[in-house]
Ligand binder design. Structure first.
Ligand code: AMP
Ligand code: ZN
Length: 463
């Protein structure tokens, strides 16, 4: 069956045809590792995970690259502001390497908790300075660059069709708008290499043919995707915020350098928004992190389920109420699966229609809400043979990633002192002593358990 994907480049759903039969190359823009990634960031990776799982389910081989931005991403997506990594160095008093490693490890932890498949390779910007320099040299030779007092810039007026991805109107941008950086020639020009303002002040800087400095953010993604996937590859993903600047610039500099079409299918995930603009996380100041949800007693897979309920191209408002609803749905699935494992009655063994409907849904631009409907239909299909039903649900879970195979009856041995702590917490909550209750929850966590509230009262789950 054909797979249809919505291509930002054409603003249409298109039949997906890999360049090399049976193989798919995907580049997904990755995290900037100066700080915790929040559940909004993780929505972008849940989306690329679903994409990858759908391709694998269809029998394709997938080579996915995700980059780690550990230099060059400025506080503004254009060329103003400070390098986020250097700001973190000043704030945290640790080295850039230590900071990058810390937040990357944390990020990988979120992947595990959300059951996101790891990429074939993580690629780090600071480990590919040579490749970035040589791509800039190529652009320089072809006459696409110019020098200003603060760096080497890409001249967007020299690239025909600049902005085709974002449907930007270059002439419109040029005239009538203020040019952001004093000696840039066009507003849409962007830095390929930035000079260190005072040599030795930055922690991360390198020698280059143009002087000591560091690469711009966009060039890393072109240099590394070309290195690992080739000058022309299948799919590039990112968040919707990448369309007007980051990906627009990737297209321009890659195609200018190689003279070839860069990517066939551009896919973008819509944003997760907090419910009403409230700051709801201690660590990010915005959206929660996966670990914070875990600490509140929410299994990260509830969030995975939540994200499956909305199509990836639709913005999603996050609230703990909606997460509670996902938790109820997830718990229900788990109870039913556990019952199914115990049950052993024979019945209808024909899975054809369900399987077809599931495949139609996932291949229709990754329509997970529809795929979930089929999943629930099978869960409710009492005429079906229980063994077959279970194996069909497990088969669907290759895409959904809800860890159906791990859903087993849990016998948790809770030590006496943890039970006492739980009872004390319940008592504190009853008396509305919430600060006290929080401290007790934390102590329970230190003993290796999280509290999950269920219909029959609070339950303890091993971390
Ligand atoms: P960054 O670390 O800022 O480079 O962002 C990592 C990824 O998260 C990028 O793909 C962004 O497009 C994506 N992203 C950032 N904020 C959100 C959000 N609120 N919802 C969904 N994706 C987001
Ligand atoms: Zn990127």
């Amino acid at each position: 069956m054909v797979i249809q994907l919505y291509n930002t480049l054409t603003r249409k759903k298109e039949v997906f045809k890999p360049i090399k039969k049976g193989n798919v190359g995907i580049y997904s823009c990755g995290p900037t590792v100066y700080w915790y990634q929040h559940i909004g960031n993780l929505r972008a990776y849940l989306f690329s995970d679903i994409l990858k799982r759908v391709l694998l389910y269809n029998g394709l081989k997938v080579n996915q690259i995700i980059n780690v931005t550990d230099v060059g991403h400025l506080t503004s997506d254009s060329d103003d502001g400070d390098d986020k990594m250097e700001l973190a160095v000043r704030k945290e008093g640790r080295t850039a390497k230590q900071i990058a490693k810390f937040y990357f490890d944390e990020f990988v932890n979120y992947f595990v908790k959300l059951n996101i498949l790891p990429p074939s390779k993580w690629v780090w910007a600071t480990e590919h300075i040579k490749e970035q320099i040589s791509l800039i040299e190529k652009l320089e030779k072809k006459g696409f660059t110019y020098k200003t007092k603060d760096g080497i810039y890409f001249d967007s007026s020299k690239f025909k069709n600049y902005g085709k991805l974002a449907l930007l109107n270059f002439e419109g941008l040029k005239s009538g708008k203020r040019i952001a950086i004093a000696d840039k020639k066009n507003k849409t020009d962007f830095a390929l290499w930035k000079f260190s303002s005072e040599s030795g002040k930055r922690q991360q800087e390198w020698d280059s043919p143009w002087g000591v400095g560091f690469p711009g953010w966009h060039i890393e993604c072109s240099a590394m995707s070309i290195k690992y996937l080739g000058e022309h590859f299948d799919i590039h993903t990112g968040g919707e915020d990448h369309v007007p600047i980051h990906h627009t610039n990737e297209v321009a500099q890659s195609e200018a350098a190689t003279g070839k079409k860069f990517v066939n299918y551009w896919l973008h995930g819509a944003f997760l928004l907090d419910s009403d603009g409230k700051k709801i996380s201690k660590s990010t100041g915005g959206l929660y992190t996966v670990s914070e949800l875990d600490d509140l007693g929410y299994n990260p897979l509830f969030y995975r389920y939540l994200s499956l309920q909305t199509h990836y191209r639709k913005q999603l408002n996050f609230s703990l109420e909606s997460l509670d609803a996902s938790k109820n749905a997830y718990d229900k699935i788990k109870r039913r699966v556990v019952e199914l494992r115990k049950d052993n009655h024979s019945g209808n063994t024909d899975v054809g229609e369900h399987k077809l409907r599931f495949l139609e849904a996932i291949n229709d631009d990754l329509n997970m809400p529809r795929a979930l409907e089929v999943f629930w239909d099978v869960l409710d299909e009492t005429d079906m043979d229980t063994r077959i039903r279970l194996s069909l649900l497990e088969d669907f879970d290759r895409v959904l990633g809800l860890r159906i195979k791990d859903m087993k009856e849990e016998k948790v041995n809770v030590p006496r002192d943890v039970k006492d702590l739980l009872a004390a917490r319940q008592e504190a909550r009853k008396k509305k002593m919430f600060a006290e209750a929080d401290i007790l929850r934390q102590r329970i966590k230190e003993r290796g358990f999280v509290i999950e509230d269920s219909e029959s009262g609070p339950r303890l789950r091993k971390i």
